[in-house]
Design a protein around this ligand. Structure first.
Ligand code: R5P
Length: 269
């Protein structure tokens, strides 16, 4: 591995814990103005100091994020269909040159294993890895789960392993209660979990704790942070789970304390 690749990975994963909290705000690339991201700048800016990297499209980056930020940028480079179409019909939408121009620490794209266009999306991953390695750019493969797919260890393990075999440097997948450790074991490269649909804060913290306990290298979480009743408190509670070994009860207590503080400071202002 050459210096550029090592340096980018060192900026993604916290050197002390070896883990990462990525904030996913790319949902609009197929969902349009998602709840919580209707005004992206207002949602994202207060959260930026607390994430290890921001997972984002170039459109949000250019229009809503100050170039003065020190937060590493992880760029989504696949897309195509909208939520109204065939979701697996993705292709590469953002070039490696663009990722370098935007000073990204990594690029991410979806693969749709078992879906209509699984072959094209898996080939996309192979091609992006070929190009990314020329420039020392880590690639995150996202195992997108289509409408019909079960989110069990068998499916997630299959999709994650294929991503690793194609050369992905990291994999984003979903957490499953049963045998998640087998998904991690079979993957060969670090796994981060997506949060999925909004659930109560305590449950999301429990899910993050379970995933970390079973070997995940972090989270790339969106809705369970930015749709929280207190996003700034929630991202700090997630950080405590990922980087400081808090269990779900401790992290939920921290969430409530930080939420109170946010309410008090907004009243004082
Ligand atoms: C899909 O829209 C994206 O890849 C998201 O970045 C991913 O699903 C993580 O976001 P969430 O935690 O909201 O599922």
């Amino acid at each position: 591995m050459d210096w550029g690749m090592k340096n980018r990975l060192a900026r993604i994963f916290n050197p002390k814990s070896g883990k990462t909290v990525m904030l996913a705000v790319d949902h609009g690339y197929f969902q349009g103005p998602t709840t919580g991201l209707k005004k992206p700048r207002e949602t994202i800016m207060p959260l930026l100091p607390y994430c290890d990297s921001l997972f984002v499209t170039r459109g949000i980056l250019r229009n809503c994020i100050s170039p003065n930020t020190n937060t590493p940028i992880f760029l989504r480079v696949s897309g195509g269909p909208s939520v109204l179409g065939e979701l697996s019909n993705e292709d590469i939408t953002t070039s490696m040159k663009e990722a370098l121009r935007l000073n990204a620490v990594g690029v991410g794209l979806s693969i749709f294993v078992g879906e209509k266009n699984e072959d094209r999306t898996i080939s996309n991953l192979g091609r992006v890895v070929n190009e990314a390695e020329e420039y020392g750019m880590p690639v995150l493969a996202i195992t997108a789960v289509g409408k019909e797919m079960a989110r069990d260890a068998r499916y997630l393990g299959l999709a994650s392993r294929i991503a690793a075999e194609m050369g992905a440097h990291m994999v984003k997948t979903y957490y499953c209660e049963e045998d998640f450790e087998k998904v991690v074991e079979g993957c060969l490269v670090p796994i981060v979990i997506a949060g999925g649909k909004k659930i109560p804060e305590k449950d999301a913290l429990q899910m993050a704790f379970n995933a970390i306990s079973k070997g995940a290298a972090g989270v790339d979480m969106g809705r369970n942070i930015f749709q929280s009743e207190s996003p700034v408190a929630m991202i700090q509670a997630i950080r405590a789970v990922v980087h400081e070994n808090y269990n779900a009860d401790e992290a939920f207590k921290l969430f409530n304390e930080l939420k109170e503080k946010t309410i008090i400071s907004s009243v004082v202002e």
